[in-house]
Design a protein around this ligand. Structure first.
Ligand SMILES: [Zn+2]
Length: 659
């Protein structure tokens, strides 16, 4: 049983790419120099990627390039140039995380195929359709937290095709919402520099362990179901892993897909030996979210990996068939075919030879020179007039053009002048998000908008805004929409939008929107895109430094508070401190304490250990809208902070600055 579902393999370097292709991948994804989320992998250069494309296309394997980091304004033009150059040499598509870059491509370079990275945080159908309709994404990579029913629902209803992760490393945090590595050491996950601090030990209550380290996922036990779910592409993670891992894992998945079978114990053993962290998990897929999902890479796991015996995969050059037609008075023509693909190229008009005519043998020799191409010759058929004149260089040119066209069928794209649309600046406002109603102080009038989490607003609240839960599955909309109606009824006016998949529904209930920092507005085109959706303001990405936000006066900066460093669908608190009220502190090895709380059920938000503090730097922040985040502060503390900002007071205790 063959099926059309795409098996998509990682290629951290050329060896891994060859392994992936020979083991039967239908497509590979790889990074080229900058702008990709695995800066520590070897990656490809602009030259070596050309070779990679030739090899892959010769074997009918697609090549997707990851341009999946958040981009600063000054990087956009170069990222766009990179995309255009790579498209013109035959890359099949780009995996993009930055909505600003996507909007630039959609505006001027519609032909270029783009896929939305898992960093775009898509948990529901509206999110997928937003990316398809507003930004022209033809494919959306779904968030790894989705269960089987939600995957199926999106895949069967979205206006873009879907891709899902089926094997490999799991992030503890929802992708695109993790600032842990950035907060701890300045290495931004959103910018491709993740140092994986989630794999370190932490202490919760009096229990130490690895509460933020998930096992790798494997859905190899659910192949028959996934098969019929409507998903277009199955992704194996592992651009940092070696070619043995890639070849071995892809080989097993290929066999299982072709035979339409779920993995048996034997296959799981081999997959586990190739790489595991104390086995695999299918927890999110099966909605079995518990501590069995946690795991680390043990010495035993490492020892297993050295004992794997792999099937030798050899890559043979595929054969192409050629048909030349050299008829006097007509243009020289060469048709090449590879499987079902066929291309024809034309040369100069064939003339009668005045002196020595070209022999059939000479012609065949010239055309069959495939030495430095990824092909071998199947058949060569030459139809020709008697006594023709054609230069060897023309024959060689014809052959080269034919091969080139067979390997790259992208319509060429021409670069136009780079320009970014002017954005209308919003009026300055002060906003605050409080964790609990009791925290909202008497001097709350300092703020234009006071947000409280959607599930925490009650009649009589002092808040006039709701903050949407950052993860909403389609199966939760009924409940969420009821909450939205209730909030509207008790007079709530504003909504803090924390994900692209909320915009339409929240608007429908008549709320005025503010876009949270969670939308990762790193650059002008992204801010512009969000403004076009209709909003009061956009809070800029907290990873920007002040020098990068100068053009965005009026827009929002987080000027006070502990920023969320992780958002986890698995409750971290439940398995450790226990979640009677779903709140706790997580301590790292230095004893630094991070506050964690569950919102809307057990969706955990883990906050940075120290707050941003800028009260005594009024000149640095006065031109922006200002956003405050109150988390575990006592009620009087909230009051004191507001007072400090009114009077530009110096900080008390540990803090961090916006640089
Ligand atoms: Zn909990």
């Amino acid at each position: 049983m063959k099926n059309q579902i795409e098996l998509l393999a990682p290629a951290g370097d050329m060896d891994a790419l060859v392994s992936a292709v020979s083991a039967g991948a239908n497509a590979v994804y790889l990074g080229v120099e900058d702008f990709n989320a695995r800066k520590r992998a070897k990656n490809f250069t602009q030259e070596s990627v050309k070779e990679a494309i030739s090899l892959c296309h010769a074997h009918s394997v697609k090549v997707y390039v990851t341009l999946n980091t958040a981009l600063f304004d000054k990087e956009l033009e170069r990222a766009l140039d990179t995309a255009i150059a790579l498209w013109n040499i035959g890359v099949d598509g780009f995996i993009i995380a930055d909505l600003g870059l996507a909007s630039l491509i959609k505006e001027k370079y519609k032909q270029i195929e783009i896929h939305a990275s898992t960093q775009c945080t898509v948990h529901n159908l509206d999110g997928a359709n937003f990316l398809a309709d507003k930004l022209g994404f033809s494919r959306v990579v779904l968030a790894r937290e989705l269960d089987r029913d939600n995957i199926k629902y999106i895949s069967q209803n979205a206006r873009a095709e879907t891709e899902m992760f089926v094997h490999g490393a799991h992030c503890m945090s929802v992708s695109g919402q993790c600032l842990l590595s950035y907060a701890m050491g300045g290495r931004s996950g959103n910018r491709g520099e993740c140092a994986q601090p989630c794999r370190l030990p932490y202490q919760i209550g009096n229990k130490s362990g690895y509460p933020l380290s998930l096992k790798d996922m494997s859905l190899a036990g659910h192949i028959t179901e996934i098969y019929n779910s409507g998903v277009a592409s199955l992704k194996i993670e592992g651009r940092m892993k070696g070619n043995d891992y890639v070849g071995g894992t892809v080989g097993i998945w290929r066999e299982l897909l072709d035979s339409g079978k779920n993995a048996s114990r034997r296959e799981f053993e081999t997959l586990g030996a190739l790489f595991s962290r104390q086995g695999f998990t299918d927890g999110y897929y099966m909605s079995r979210i518990d501590k069995a999902m946690l795991g680390v890479r043990t010495d035993e796991n490492k020892a297993q990996s050295t004992n794997v015996k792999l099937k030798e995969n050899t890559l043979q050059k595929p054969s192409i068939n050629m048909k030349a037609s050299l008829i006097i008075g007509k243009k020289a023509s060469l048709t090449l075919s590879l499987g079902e693909r066929e291309v024809t190229v034309l040369g100069d008009i064939i003339e009668e030879a005045k002196t020595a005519p070209m022999s059939r043998e000479d012609i065949s020799t010239s055309l069959s020179k495939l030495g430095n191409t990824p092909f071998a010759l199947g058949s060569l058929d030459v139809e020709m007039s008697q006594g023709i004149m054609i230069r060897k260089s023309s024959l060689n040119g014809l052959r080269r053009d034919g091969i080139e066209k067979l390997l790259n069928q992208n319509p060429a794209v021409e670069k136009v002048d780079f320009e970014v649309k002017e954005i209308k600046k919003p009026s300055k406002i002060k906003t605050a998000l409080f964790s609990r109603e009791e925290q909202i102080p008497k001097n709350k009038d300092y703020f234009d908008i006071v947000f409280l989490y959607l599930d925490r607003v009650r009649r009589g609240t002092l808040a006039n805004g709701i903050c949407m839960p950052p993860v909403i599955f389609d199966s939760q909309w009924d409940e969420i929409e009821k909450m939205l109606r209730d909030a509207k009824e008790i007079g709530i006016e504003y909504a803090l939008i924390t994900n692209i998949g909320q915009i339409e529904r929240v608007k429908k209930y008549g709320f005025k929107l503010v876009f949270d920092y969670r939308l990762n507005a790193f650059n002008g085109p992204c801010v512009g895109l969000l403004c076009e959706q209709g909003c009061e303001n956009v809070i800029l990405a907290p990873e920007l430094i002040l020098a990068q936000t100068r053009d965005y006066s009026g827009f929002g900066l987080i000027v006070y508070g502990k920023i969320p460093v992780m958002t986890t669908h698995k409750c971290v608190i439940k398995d450790t401190a226990g979640c009677a009220n779903c709140k706790t502190y997580i301590r790292d090895r230095q004893g630094t304490k991070m506050y964690a709380e569950g919102i809307y059920g057990h969706l955990n938000i883990i906050y940075n250990s120290v707050p941003i503090y800028m009260a005594d730097k009024p000149d640095s922040i006065s031109c922006y809208s200002q956003h405050f985040i109150f988390t575990d502060e006592e009620n009087e503390e909230c009051e004191r902070i507001i007072d400090a900002y009114k009077k530009n007071k110096a900080p008390v205790g540990a803090f961090r600055r916006i640089k």
